[in-house]
Design a protein around this ligand. Structure first.
Ligand code: AMP
Length: 307
């Protein structure tokens, strides 16, 4: 029997792949699998065929790769280099809202040269998850003609790589960032003004994340609000933004169209997948997540939003 060829890659995601040490008021978890690309690929792979672009060091255990394989995303764009894997550590304050970064070690990411496998380059959807803007640009340059490009960023790059970050912003369809980053980047206190300014820099859409208060999508044509799914307990908020964005673009890629309606549904899917992610550390909750649990929460959430 002829072997069937795997479905084409619909979504490429580049970002950090690393080991996180996270402290919450209740628990400290050391060297857990994390990184913006890990979270985003895990979330997106529920919806569409996704390829990961990133780098790990020679210390990256096989157990972590097995976790990736369990999600089923493609690993041809993940390089293994001599040296240490990216590491990040952070601590959450009592309310779990504010996070302080304790340390960031770029390690193998400092020398990383992304080289996209041939079958990634024609993908219609691209997510430039949080990583140095120069790397985001190198990936963007290798893509043929993506239909929809989303980029994420963080304070560190606003402070240290603003010129490259502005080049990224000019070339993407949607920029996502959290509210304090939007204020910092634009110098505007009011989010509407910050979003309007960012829309003037190029993207057709600005998605501002507001943590437990949800997310807002600003477009030239209007504004759309999506609350966060209300949870009784949050174990670890790490990766909420990445899983939101991964679910969001994964859902868009699955539908194949970027209409106003599709964007709104993708916001809902992003909120739901992020809500599962924060119920446990690292990728622990998404590893166990079933389609039935996901569908049930989508239905429940839609009901909460109905007028
Ligand atoms: P989030 O909670 O969505 O903001 O994402 C947290 C993830 O971002 C963690 O898994 C970290 O490994 C990753 N991260 C933290 N700092 C950086 C950085 N400077 N570059 C890339 N990824 C980072």
């Amino acid at each position: 029997m002829p072997r069937s060829r795997p479905a084409p890659i619909q979504l490429v995601i580049v970002g950090s792949v690393g080991l996180d040490t996270v402290e919450t008021p209740a628990v400290r978890r050391a060297e857990a699998l994390g990184g913006s690309a890990s979270y985003a690929c895990a979330a997106a792979s529920f919806f569409t065929r996704t390829g990961m672009v990133g780098v790990v060091g020679s210390d990256f255990g096989k157990g972590y790769l097995d976790i990736y394989r369990g999600f089923g995303f493609d690993l041809a764009g993940l390089q293994v280099r001599e040296g240490r894997t990216f590491r990040w550590s952070g601590v959450y304050e009592e309310n779990m809202d504010n996070r302080r970064t304790l340390a960031t070690e770029l390690n193998v990411f400092a020398e990383f040269m992304p080289e996209l496998p041939e079958n990634y380059r024609q993908a219609p959807f691209l997510f430039l998850a949080n990583i140095a803007p120069a790397l985001q640009l190198r990936v963007l340059d290798q893509m043929r003609k993506p239909r929809f490009v989303v980029a994420d960023t963080m304070d560190l790059w606003i402070n240290t790589a603003l010129a490259d970050l502005k080049k990224v912003i000019r070339r993407v369809d949607l920029l996502t960032l959290n509210e304090s980053e939007a204020r910092h980047l634009t110098g505007e206190r009011m989010l509407i003004k910050a979003a309007r300014k960012l829309l003037g820099w190029g993207p057709r859409h600005i998605l501002i994340k507001k943590g437990e208060h949800g997310a807002v999508l600003f477009s030239k044509r209007g504004t759309f609000l999506m609350p966060a799914y209300p949870l009784e307990e949050v174990k670890d908020p790490t990766g909420a933004g990445d899983t939101f964005a991964g679910g969001f673009i994964g859902q868009l890629a699955a539908g194949g169209k970027v209409t106003e309606e599709a964007l709104r549904l993708a916001m809902l899917v992003g909120s739901v997948i992020a809500s599962f992610n924060v119920e446990a550390f690292s990728l622990d909750r998404l590893r166990k997540l079933t389609r039935r649990e996901f569908n049930a929460r989508v239905a429940e959430f839609k009901n909460m939003l109905r007028i």
